[in-house]
Design a protein around this ligand. Structure first.
Ligand code: M6R
Length: 451
């Protein structure tokens, strides 16, 4: 292999070196691309080679080669990226984020395709044929939105599989000395599969003997190469920095994974499974209904875009959604927003309530519903403004809240898949009214490949 000093004597030769951050070679027709992410060259080619740390790629008119830093040649696989270049266009929408929010019914259908077998009353994952049943606990690691999906996944897995699940920000986990062993399943969730903290957390987990299942959206990404198993989320290419459809797909995969594992372990009855599976085909239609009410959410955003502070409150399955709703709003509209477990209000945050603080309260179903209605009363008593999200026809919510957003009725476990749609639309329209750059919010990158 040529040494660095000989490079000037090699015109027409380009080298790329990967160390920690991703590097991908795109192989076009008589041309090559070096990029950190597939979308950068998707318009020109769908053939990609993913480099590992310490690998060096050399491209010239004669072709391409990959070497290890020792000079030894590496044999690499050329992946066929399944994304269509048209999907990297806005397709008539003003922003990618809006397009991606609207794609969610189809993303849900794609993500369950071939996995939900209604005739047999089963959930199947061909990628998990050799998935063992001997785990004693699960630790989910992820960052940002993916971590919120992990928090929801914890509730699904604890319910259906009856195993303890911890959820950790990968950036915290990687700098600790976590207690892990071969009976621990580490669930690593990432849209890009290139998030530095998540990758380092997975490397640490593997060193400690844990086995790793990745929930990931990008075929062949670094995370999928580290993991023992990968379940792909099939959200398609996500371009908006604010993750929307990838979150929906992560929630969907985690729900299905809980059902799959719960039936394998027999911790979930076949009758329960049947009633849950029956509801699944109705979800895309209900999502489309929500999307058709987009203008109502836009009108709501016009009422609120000048507020400086938002609280998002939820309990149970709606607590991770409260965190996600707040993250969406803050990252694209730059409005201060905090997601909170509604039961924590009285332990401090209630002190913030005053007429110019808005609260987005996620009401939900079951016994928690009454508790959340109590939260609305507490906020109203302090003259705070309340937007409440609830199930269709919940008259009490209409009596108590200033503004109401309804979602179609569904079984409780599926309600986050619907409730997320108005939360995303609200964040989008608030940012639009404020004139923010929705797809490229300040200070943020789509993939956080460095610390
Ligand atoms: O690619 P990843 O899912 O690993 O990314 C994790 C976070 O960086 C990401 O979810 C981030 O929080 C988004 N900007 C949220 O919209």
């Amino acid at each position: 292999m040529p040494c660095a000093s000989s490079l000037p004597r090699n015109p027409g030769v380009l080298y790329g070196v990967r160390q920690f951050s991703p590097l991908i070679l795109g192989i076009g027709d008589g041309e090559y691309f070096l990029a950190s992410d597939v979308p950068a060259f998707l318009e020109y080619t769908r053939k990609a080679v993913f480099l590992e740390d310490g690998e060096i790629v050399r491209v010239s008119r004669d072709g391409w080669e990959v070497f290890h830093r020792t000079g030894e040649k590496c044999s690499k696989t050329v992946f066929a990226v399944p994304w269509d270049p048209v999907s990297a266009e806005r397709g008539g929408f003003k922003h990618f984020m809006l397009k991606e929010i609207h794609e969610q019914p189809r993303v849900f259908e794609d993500t369950i395709a071939g996995r939900v077998n209604l005739a047999r009353g089963e959930v199947e994952f061909e990628e998990l044929e050799d998935f063992p049943l001997d785990f004693s606990r699960v630790v989910a690691v992820a960052c940002g939105t993916a971590c919120h999906a992990g928090m929801l996944g914890k509730l699904y897995l604890e319910d259906f599989v009856r195993l303890p699940v911890d959820v950790e920000y990968a950036s915290e986990f990687r700098y600790r000395d976590p207690l892990l062993d071969e009976k621990t399943l580490v669930l690593a969730i990432s849209q890009s599969g290139e998030t530095a903290d998540t990758l380092r957390a997975v490397e640490l987990a593997k060193q400690k003997g844990a086995r790793v299942l990745a929930v990931c959206n990008v075929l062949g990404s670094s995370l999928t190469r580290l993991a023992d198993w990968t379940v792909y989320t099939r959200a398609g290419i996500e371009i908006g920095v604010a993750s929307t459809k990838a979150f929906l797909a992560q929630m969907t995969v985690l729900l299905l994974f809980g059902l799959f594992w719960g039936r394998k372990k027999k911790t979930l009855s076949s009758r329960m499974m049947e009633s849950l599976l029956e509801e699944i085909p109705t979800i895309p239609r209900k999502m489309r209904t929500l999307l058709s009410r987009e203008e109502d959410i836009h009108a709501l955003a016009r009422e609120f875009y000048l507020f400086k502070d938002f609280l998002y409150l939820g309990r149970g399955l709606y607590y991770p959604l409260a965190l996600e709703g707040a993250l969406k709003l803050k990252e694209i509209s730059y409005i201060h927003a905090e997601g909170l477990a509604a039961g924590e209000m009285k332990h401090g945050p209630i002190a913030l309530i005053e007429p110019d603080v808005a609260s987005f309260v996620l009401v939900g179903q079951g016994e928690r519903r009454l508790k959340v209605l109590g939260n609305i009363e507490e906020i109203k008593a302090r003259r705070g403004k309340v937007i409440a999200l609830c199930n269709e026809g919940d008259g009490e919510v209409w009596e108590k809240a200033d503004y109401v957003v309804e979602i179609p009725k569904t079984l409780e476990v599926f309600s986050p898949l619907l409730a997320i749609v108005p939360l995303q639309l609200f964040a989008y329209y608030v940012a639009l009214e404020k004139g923010c750059d929705v797809d490229q919010p300040r200070n943020l990158a789509k993939s956080v490949t460095v610390e």
